[in-house]
Write a protein that binds this ligand. Sequence first.
Ligand code: 13P
Length: 248
Amino acid sequence: MAAERKFFVGGNFKMNGDRKMLDSIVENLNKTECGNTQVVVAPPTVYLSYVKEKLSDNVNVAAQNCHNVAKGAFTGETSPDMLLDLGISWVILGHSERRHVFGETDELIGKKVQYALEKGMQLIPCIGEKLEEREAGTTEQVVFGQMETIKNNVNDWSRVVIAYEPVWAIGTGKVATPQQAQEVHQKLRQWLAQNVSDAVSKSTRIIYGGSVSAANCKELAKQPDVDGFLVGGASLKPEFSDIIKARC
Ligand code: 13P
């Protein structure tokens, strides 16, 4: 694990929570100490400001998605410009639920990556193979293809944290084994070295998502190319603090 890659734990609340629940999550986060870990949480859009106001400054807030233009006739969408106006500088893009439930294409995700970066945001683009793709032995091909689109739209890798989230592990309780995660992360790092640069390969955080819990986070965190997590379900529970402290 390279010293220059600060351990990163993201909490993706997805479409969950109300003010009461968010209050208790924030209370828990505000008393969780792990100075060595960067923490970013992504509440639903309507609660972004609510959560940001209550969270201590050492935890950042991210949107779960955004569009690729500043404003206009895009009913239901949120622009990076609006997020930045609220002081939200992080965004998750291309989450598997955006890809597979809402039909977002690689092309659209690429445009979002490009625009959000141009506006100065920090991104967590997500990639990952479906079960049938893993079983067909095409995991590498799938994630490298997704990386290619991301790469073509990134001009500043210091503001990008890649989330590898195998679709079969998301919300299923079926976590990738530490070896499975390490294998893909190591290949992604090699891909970055070959397709971007050695420096970017060494400095870019590659985090794992998919059924991460207090019970499995420590072993995953020991893997040299696992630089943190993007946590769904468990980020809504008190055990999220244990995950934040996985490498403390
Ligand atoms: P779970 O942790 O609930 O499997 O979700 C992972 C995820 O999708 C994080 O973005």
